[in-house]
Design a protein around this ligand. Structure first.
Ligand SMILES: Cc1cc2nc3c(=O)[nH]c(=O)nc-3n(C[C@H](O)[C@H](O)[C@H](O)COP(=O)(O)O)c2cc1C
Length: 305
């Protein structure tokens, strides 16, 4: 039994603690289960699923940068049917909420995916990826268009009673407007942020280091941007926020919660230390005890300006 109450509510989604594993960084949980007891984490977010399987982009798809990584996976995934057949049975063995991340190339396809998945008991919520910078169709187009984000939210809202989280793009000038539209159209929460657009060149060949020229920048480099986006949403819209971007340790989690996050997702860190979530959780508990906090959620939005 924990000495501190680490539980959080994200809209109607109840989590035992605020540490979620970010989409695309832990596949469908199989490999992760070798490093960490999945029953101890708040939730696992699946790799973005599309209606049909996707091969993704040709290599090179990942490049290291001084403070993070660039990726251009292009939403490679097994597709909804295969996910239900072979991936859900594995995850069902654990007592961990599955948040199913969905990506699509048009608005109806988002709703169709959610509709096909909504009766799966182990799926506790949907995270809708309107913000992937690495796909030609869909991807950033949606994330940059207020009306499109509104329409996607309304359509998936009509397709399920389960909580809906819309994953927002940081590649916009005023992210709070997008959170406002999500709330208006019945979304339960937003997650912020997806990757920033970045690139990198080989100085000898003068060619881009990744095949698709630009990719998504993640890791410590994006943390200050992510924190500012979370803060901007918190100050302007009343909607639960899941903070994502460059979280590398428990102090980063506390910082995101102070800025306004109810929960957080760990992404790039999973590639460096796949058992990081476990270490972060025990340090968070120690922090609460030392700070005389009975409930970790008291930190959310507790910034003083
Ligand atoms: C290799 C890789 C693949 C990713 N794939 C997805 C994806 O399929 N869907 C999605 O919504 N986000 C995806 N992301 C974005 C992450 O979920 C997260 O938003 C981003 O990496 C920022 O967090 P971080 O700095 O902690 O990594 C991916 C990130 C990485 C590094």
């Amino acid at each position: 039994m924990n000495k501190v109450d680490l539980s959080v509510s994200i809209g109607t989604l109840q989590l035992r603690n605020p540490i979620m594993l970010a989409s695309g960084t832990v596949g469908y949980g199989n490999e992760m289960a070798e490093f960490i007891d999945l029953n101890t984490i708040g939730a696992i977010v699946t790799k973005s699923l599309s209606l049909k399987p996707r091969k993704g982009n040709p290599p090179q798809r990942i490049v290291e940068t001084p403070a993070g990584m660039l990726n251009s996976i292009g939403l490679a995934n097994v597709g909804v049917e295969e996910f239900i057949k072979t991936k859900i049975p594995f995850l069902q063995k654990y007592d961990v909420p599955i948040v199913c991340n969905v990506a699509a190339s048009n608005i109806d396809e988002y709703a169709e995916c959610v509709n096909l998945l909504t009766d799966e008991n182990s799926i506790k919520a949907f995270e809708i990826n309107v913000s992937c910078p690495n796909v030609k169709e869909g991807g950033l187009q949606f994330g940059n268009d207020l009306a499109a984000v509104g329409k996607v939210t309304a359509k998936v809202r009509a397709a399920t009673k389960k909580p809906i989280i819309i994953k927002l793009s940081p590649n916009v000038s005023y992210i709070a407007d997008f959170a406002k539209v999500v709330k208006q159209e019945g979304g339960d929460a937003v997650s912020a942020i997806n990757t920033l657009v970045g690139t990198s060149f080989n100085i000898f060949t003068r060619k881009p280091k990744i095949f698709s020229v630009t990719g998504g920048l993640s890791g410590p480099a994006i943390k200050p941007v992510a924190l500012a986006k979370v803060l901007e949403i918190k100050r302007n819209v009343e909607i639960p926020i899941i903070g994502i971007g460059g979280i590398m340790n428990w102090q980063d989690v506390v910082e995101f919660m102070i800025a306004g996050a109810s929960a957080v997702q760990i992404g790039t860190l999973n590639f460096i230390n796949p058992s990081a979530a476990k270490e972060i959780l025990s340090s968070l508990e120690d922090f609460c005890i030392k700070q005389n906090l009975n409930k970790l959620s008291e930190l959310t939005g507790s910034f003083l300006i």
